[in-house]
Design a protein around this ligand. Structure first.
Ligand SMILES: [Zn+2]
Length: 487
């Protein structure tokens, strides 16, 4: 799965919201036209100060690569009319901030347009009281030191932009450091308002997740993937499904050799008139390439790989009692991220193959809708509306969140997240025409500056996941399926 910032409209990060709330300044994250160009525009005011800031690099903003996200820019807006420059991050986490002063601008303008043969007269600097209070590099060496000409009030007036600026930076740093604390990890989060019914078992679901992780890393074509396929084939068969592997050959991105991939399709009641596609990917990324310390280390994919599978396993216990007109397929996609190099290797090979086959030879009863699970095991689960899901499967998406609301499952947050998520639901929507929504919590464990980041790192392990999250999702989606009966 990859992610892209929404273009045009600046995405405002959590820090921004908090700073805006105290009415002091505003931080923006945007990917509009290369912002470096804007910084080269003619300056309306001369620069009187510059400050460099490191802002945490790529992972702080979760860019996948600079070509996809364009340049990041951080914009700063101060009090009206006095400080308004933007400063930019050209992709690698360094920013430049410029502070300008309109009074200095006027003075400089006056100096520039004075007749060359006339020396600066005292009246020039008295034309504007603002100008008299401004430090100008070109000021005549014979003029009195500024401190003798302006009093305390004047100095304060001249320097207040910098004062405000300093306070803003101080507040920003405070939030930056406070925002990264591990709060929330120790205490269980309130994912549901009511107890989850006992038929959805957090312990059992978590057991499934751990069993899958015990196979080790499960990239496409690996021995561990084969063992996982055998295990899941047996498991779903015992739970009443007919299971098949939909195989295809793909190219290994590094060696060019042929690699066999296989989607696992487990079907319940293929003849029933209302059918749903329940899917997830079950391969794991070859390497934890976002891990700062160990990007070639072991990637277990507890959340990104095992969580969706475990949730469908847990839900399969309910399929024997589905409404009489509802049938389901659980489809586990291979090669969702057989990606060794970001930007070079293709995502979604398994789901693309599945979508093409579906389009070429549609089943007797087509899917009414699809539900994709990805990264649903996070202990701090917060599922927001995902933009591509709203674009392609708005009704499906909204109705699932409505079910969650009715049940009191607060892990489903009826708010749209900033980024587009590119995931297996894209080929299903675009190629197969199956309106498919993506239930995904991309903030693993949570958004914010300095928050830990487990996505695509060696930290994506079962200890970072929770059976309660899996059961909450299972409960919601199962109840939603039941509600579709008779419609
Ligand atoms: Zn991933």
């Amino acid at each position: 799965m990859t992610v892209g910032w929404k273009r045009k409209q600046p995405a405002i990060c959590g820090l921004s919201r908090r700073l805006t709330a105290i009415g002091m300044t505003r931080f923006e994250l945007a990917t509009s036209a290369p912002p470096v160009q804007r910084s080269n525009q003619a300056e309306p005011h001369p620069v009187v100060g510059r400050i460099s800031l490191g802002v945490g690099g790529k992972s702080g903003f979760r860019t996948t690569n600079s070509t996809e996200t364009g340049h990041l820019s951080l914009g700063w807006t101060g009090l009206p009319g006095t400080i308004r420059r933007r400063f930019f991050v050209p992709g690698n986490g360094i920013s430049l901030m410029t502070v300008s002063d309109p009074a200095a601008s006027r003075q400089q303008h006056a100096m520039k347009h004075r007749p060359a043969d006339r020396p600066a007269s005292p009246s020039d600097s008295e034309n504007s009281s603002d100008a008299a209070m401004t430090a100008i590099p070109q000021r005549s060496a014979t003029s009195r030191p500024e401190s003798q000409r302006v009093g305390f009030a004047g100095r304060l007036r001249r320097s207040w932009p910098l004062l405000i600026f300093g306070i803003a930076i101080g507040a920003g740093l405070g939030i930056y450091f406070l925002g990264g604390s591990d709060r929330g990890l120790d205490r269980p989060l309130e994912l549901t308002l009511r107890p989850i019914p006992a038929i959805y078992s957090p312990e059992r679901a978590m057991g499934y997740l751990e069993t899958i992780c015990d196979f080790g890393p499960r990239p496409t074509g690996s021995e561990a993937m084969k063992r996982q396929q055998e295990f899941l084939t047996d498991f779903f068969t015992e739970n009443g499904a007919s299971v098949e592997l939909q195989k295809a050959s793909i190219r290994h991105p590094l060696t060019g050799e042929a690699v066999e991939m296989a989607n696992l399709i487990a079907s319940w009641y293929p003849d029933r008139p209302i059918r749903f596609l329940l899917c997830a990917h079950y391969d794991t990324r070859p390497f934890p390439d976002r891990d700062r310390k160990d990007p070639k280390g072991v990637f277990i994919g507890a959340n990104d790989g095992a969580s969706g599978v475990a949730a469908w396993m847990e839900m399969s216990h309910q399929f024997s009692s589905l409404p009489a007109d509802v049938g389901v397929d659980v489809v586990l996609f291979d090669a969702e991220e057989f990606v060794f190099s970001e930007g070079r290797d293709d995502y979604f090979l398994g789901s693309t193959h599945f979508a093409q086959q579906y389009k070429m030879s549609p089943p007797a009863v087509g899917y009414r809708a699809g539900v994709l699970l990805d990264m649903v095991g996070d202990r701090e689960l917060q599922l927001l509306y995902e933009r591509n899901s709203l674009r392609y499967a708005r009704d499906v998406t909204k109705s699932i969140w409505q079910t969650a609301r009715r049940l009191g499952v607060r892990a489903f947050v009826p708010r749209t997240r900033m980024q587009d998520i590119r995931d297996d639901h894209l080929p299903l929507n675009q190629i197969a025409g199956i309106p498919t929504t993506d239930l995904i919590d991309f903030d693993y464990p949570r958004p914010g500056f300095r928050a830990p980041q487990y996505w695509h790192t060696t930290e994506d392990v079962p200890e970072k996941c929770s059976g309660t999250s899996l059961a909450a999702v299972t409960w919601t989606v199962h109840q939603w399926l039941v509600e579709q009966s008779g419609k």
